[in-house]
Design a binder for this molecule. Structure first.
Ligand code: HEM
Length: 389
């Protein structure tokens, strides 16, 4: 066992372990007193696994701990029903309609920075408030509750990566009660106003009915709200911090973008490939699975390691080089197949708008230091990114 995702060196730089996994250990087994799992890292293995929901099931959760199926955290057919239900809020038209709001919010945040000191934390001032405000808006939650939301979102992530499920019990209950109150409030509004009321994501969930035309269970609705909150929040924050970190650590990259704005889109994609905000997620082996002369026994957790797949030299030329002109759309950072990230276009929109606005309004932007990484071992982003304009 010569790879350990919790080792301080790997925590500091997850990519330092990729070569070993990709070359020598494509099916890796990790075990500690807290958790055990197999890791798949080659691009083709990750791709096959994500396309095969029969053998690699999502039924017992996408984190390292086993959980009960709920909402979209499960396999088809339940997954198909719920995914279809929220899809309208993520259609290309819906995402495009969000653009003016993302632009004006980003400009407001930049106004605030420019009216203050010449130094600021890019995480606190931009990368955190933008996604949380957007997802809260999509869920119809008042912006006065944003800080609470962030705290709850962080807790969901910590729970996913921790062996100690009781640690945040009280806050978890507080969050569930808050969401339940919100959900029930919307159901009442819908009963009064009909479906014509507010057309947001919360409406789609509050008015959801199953194939028998019955209201879906509240536990499934809550699970989806949970997943959207976490999925739409910390991940996009990390995309933005990671993107600026890499662009500013070599000022020549920033200058190249200042001269050629047509590279904005590929710079965002390269950031996603090189520094995936979700390094990997889990599947559950539904039978014994033979792969590369190894057997993953039934009932095990399988870590699908997008970050290593994104550096697989069989697919990406010079994978360890950060190249903003690379055509990198085949990366795995939003997953693949049935559970492919429904919010990918929203995340791309937010990152592209932030980059465009900052290039325009803060051409002399520079990074003071690279801050520190966020805590959970399977997520990758900066907790702080001190900058100056
Ligand atoms: C850079 C930002 C993001 C990253 C890196 C990311 C990553 C991912 C990944 C890897 C998956 C696949 C999960 C699996 O296979 O089990 C996923 C699914 C999902 N993401 Fe995202 N995500 C991001 C942004 C968003 C946003 C903005 C939203 C919502 C507004 C969102 C909502 C979801 C949901 C609901 C799913 C579950 C889809 C399903 O099971 O069918 N994500 N995301």
């Amino acid at each position: 066992m010569s790879w350990n995702p919790f080792h301080p060196d790997i925590m500091e730089d997850p990519s330092s372990g990729h070569e070993y996994l990709l070359d020598q250990c494509p099916v890796h087994f990790f075990s500690s007193p807290e958790m055990r799992f197999y890791t798949l890292s080659r691009y083709d293995d990750v791709s096959s696994c994500l396309r095969d929901t029969t053998r690699f099931s999502s039924q017992y959760g996408q984190g390292p701990n086993f959980s009960e199926p709920a909402g979209m955290l499960c396999d088809p057919p339940q997954h198909t029903l719920y995914r279809k239900l929220i899809q309208p809020a993520f259609s290309p038209k819906a995402v495009e309609e969000l653009r003016p709001k993302v632009i004006s919010l980003t400009n407001e945040l930049v106004d605030k920075i420019l009216s203050g000191d010449s130094t600021f934390d890019l995480h606190d001032e931009i990368a955190f408030p933008l996604p949380v405000t957007i997802i809260a808006g999509m869920l119809g939650v008042p912006s006065s509750d944003l800080e609470k939301f962030k705290r709850w979102s962080d807790i969901q992530v910590e729970i996913m990566g921790s062996g100690d499920l009781d640690k945040y019990k009280e806050e978890q209950i507080e969050f569930q009660n808050y969401m339940l109150k919100h959900l029930r409030g919307r159901k009442l509004e819908l009963a009064k106003e009909g479906r014509e009321g507010k057309q947001d994501l919360l409406n789609l969930i509050a008015s959801a009915r199953n194939e028998q035309d019955e209201a879906i269970p509240e536990s499934d609705a809550l699970s989806m709200l949970n997943q959207l909150l976490v999925g739409g929040n910390e991940t996009t924050t990390s995309l933005i911090t990671n993107l600026f970190w890499r662009l500013l650590e070599k000022p020549s990259r920033w200058r190249t973008l200042l001269e050629d704005r047509s590279l904005v889109r590929s710079a965002v994609e390269e950031s996603l490939r090189y520094d995936p905000p979700v390094l990997g997620l889990y599947r559950n082996s539904a039978s014994d699975i033979e792969i590369h002369d190894e057997t993953i026994p039934e009932g095990e957790k399988v870590y699908v390691y997008y970050a290593a797949a994104n550096r697989d030299p069989r697919v990406f030329n010079k994978p360890n080089e950060f190249d903003i002109s690379r055509k990198a759309r085949r990366h795995m950072s939003f997953g693949l197949g049935t559970h492919f990230c429904v919010g990918a276009p929203t995340a791309r929109l937010e990152a592209e708008v932030v980059l465009e606005v900052m290039l325009e309004r803060m051409p002399d932007l520079r990074m003071l230091n690279s801050g520190e990484r966020i805590k959970p071992f399977f997520l990758w982003g900066r907790k702080h990114l001190p900058c100056a304009w």
